[in-house]
Design a protein around this ligand. Structure first.
Ligand SMILES: *[C@@H]1O[C@H](CO)[C@@H](O)[C@H](O)[C@H]1NC(C)=O
Ligand SMILES: *[C@@H]1O[C@H](CO)[C@@H](O)[C@H](O)[C@H]1NC(C)=O
Ligand SMILES: *[C@@H]1O[C@H](CO)[C@@H](O)[C@H](O)[C@H]1NC(C)=O
Length: 260
């Protein structure tokens, strides 16, 4: 009995040891810890893409960057110079601001949209390869706020209040919302949106949303109304245009004075 027990514990101990060795072995090779690629960036801007890895006991052979499967940057520590870049449409590498952990891309265009991958390769004896990918969308954003046309400062009772809010061109299309006294306008007040393709940017469009309603004493609180158009191109752009307007009410005789 004691013999068997001894044998069992011996075997059990060996298994534990083997398991430890196996797990340690797999932990020794490199790991790609974090790929930092923003999901949205603006056209004309620049971006720093980060690739964090943990070599453990491995030696780094190369860090490679790809866009849609095409390699555009390679860092090889033992080469002189240790960085290379390759021509890929829409990818302009700032070589001075790129190294083993990050690449900087400048002059982003619509062509820069795509699937970015970082690959980390280790040297002998493990020759491990770790890859991660993330999609980056490039948005074409307007430099201005939304414009509002058609509003007057003063309205008469029952007069039509009508205006258009427009923004653009942009890509993707903007999302426009009209607010009346800080609340989203009733659906019946709003028409559109319309999208008008830009002449100079056939891949981008202007967005227009109309507001129209009849001026009443209920709309104009104490004779005034606040109208606001908010434009959003999520998640990079949100701007608004707000204005206050007045209603001219017919003059009512002061009853109290008469009564007095
Ligand atoms: C992105 O690229 C990687 C590597 O080339 C590929 O494995 C992956 O499927 C791609 N993802 C998408 C969404 O295209
Ligand atoms: C990036 O854009 C700027 C401004 O438009 C231009 O002067 C510069 O030459 C461009 N750089 C590259 C590498 O294309
Ligand atoms: C707003 O724009 C639309 C589309 O261009 C047009 O049909 C409408 O008449 C305009 N409304 C106003 C109040 O200008």
């Amino acid at each position: 009995m004691t013999q068997t027990w001894k044998y069992c514990t011996k075997m059990f101990g060996k298994t534990i040891l083997l398991l430890l060795l196996l797990t340690q072995d797999s932990v020794k090779s490199l790991r790609l810890v974090d790929l930092r690629v923003p999901s949205h960036e603006r056209e004309g801007g620049k971006v720093r893409l980060g690739c964090q890895y943990d070599l453990q006991e491995d030696k780094l052979y190369a860090v490679k960057w790809y866009k849609d499967g095409e390699e555009f940057y390679r860092y090889v520590p033992r080469d002189i110079p240790n960085a290379y870049y390759f021509h890929v449409d829409g990818v302009k590498v700032d070589i001075e601001r790129s190294s083993n952990n990050a690449v900087t891309l400048i002059n982003l265009t619509q062509e820069s949209s795509g699937n970015y991958s970082c690959e980390v390769d280790s040297d002998a004896p493990y020759f491990s390869v770790e890859v991660r990918s993330k999609y980056m969308h490039i948005h074409f954003l307007p430099k201005t706020r939304p414009r509002v046309k058609g509003l007057k400062e003063l309205y008469n009772l029952n007069e039509l209040v009508a205006a258009n809010c427009s923004l653009g061109p942009s890509r993707p299309n903007a999302h426009l919302v009209w607010f009346v006294n800080d609340r989203p306008a009733p659906v019946s007040y709003v028409s559109g949106p319309w999208h008008r393709v830009s002449a100079e940017r056939p891949d981008a469009a202007e967005t227009i949303l109309q507001l129209s309603f009849t001026a009443t004493e209920t709309n104009f609180i104490n004779g005034a109304i606040k109208l606001k158009c908010q434009a959003t191109i999520a998640p990079l752009y949100q701007k608004e245009k707000e204005s206050t307007h007045y209603i001219a009410l017919p003059i009512i005789e002061e009853k109290e004075i008469k009564d007095a």
